[in-house]
Design a protein around this ligand. Sequence first.
Ligand SMILES: Cc1cc2nc3c(=O)[nH]c(=O)nc-3n(C[C@H](O)[C@H](O)[C@H](O)COP(=O)(O)OP(=O)(O)OC[C@H]3O[C@@H](n4cnc5c(N)ncnc54)[C@H](O)[C@@H]3O)c2cc1C
Length: 200
Amino acid sequence: MSKPQPSFNMADFMNPSGGSQIKKEETTTESTTAAVPGKKGLILGPDGKPCRTCNSLTDLLAAAAATGKAPAPTTTTTTTTTSVTTLPADCPPDVETLGRHTWTLLHSITATYPTVATPEKQQEMSMFLDIFGRIYPCWFCAGDFRKWKEENKPKLETRQDFGDWMCRAHNAVNKKLGKKEFDCRFWEERWREAKDGRCG
Ligand SMILES: Cc1cc2nc3c(=O)[nH]c(=O)nc-3n(C[C@H](O)[C@H](O)[C@H](O)COP(=O)(O)OP(=O)(O)OC[C@H]3O[C@@H](n4cnc5c(N)ncnc54)[C@H](O)[C@@H]3O)c2cc1C
């Protein structure tokens, strides 16, 4: 069966408005061009096409709208005070949706980790983190995660240590994106044992 042909030119997808995503230099061998610091435009994947899981929906839609291939992005007010551009639920994830769901998985893994882990469990988790850093679908996010992990060796002896380590890993990304850092004293309350009745 033949592969579907792309219905766009690469130049069509250079984002004229720049956008909010951090554009990172290539950090892995499997990645490609275009993501040069200071250069405006969508981040490309290994196939030379815009990488959906590396760009925000806002940027993807703005680029598509600029070429008349999609309507201009709309914003929706969520239950918080934040206005966000939202995807229909059956669309593939952008960098933000993928990130949000992945952090839920990663913090939930730490929250259910043994209080004191056996050497085997620690080895298993170490392998998981290595593989995660290689396969995460946003290639430059994965590269930065690997670099951070190299400089901050995973602490896998206890749940408390591992949860705190993951919280600091997440904060490194928050900091990079200019977001507020989370107070890691409260990671367990956030991801394991909510203190008030709202969470059941
Ligand atoms: C490994 C990894 C690397 C990433 N790298 C990039 C990147 O380079 N560029 C990019 O644009 N996006 C990146 N992302 C996505 C980014 O981190 C966010 O997930 C995305 O921007 C959506 O953010 P959010 O504000 O909804 O909350 P998220 O950051 O997704 O957080 C979800 C929830 O986790 C809680 N939380 C926040 N910080 C912490 C913490 N430190 N510890 C515990 N709980 C916390 C809060 O309750 C928050 O609502 C990455 C994601 C992952 C998993």
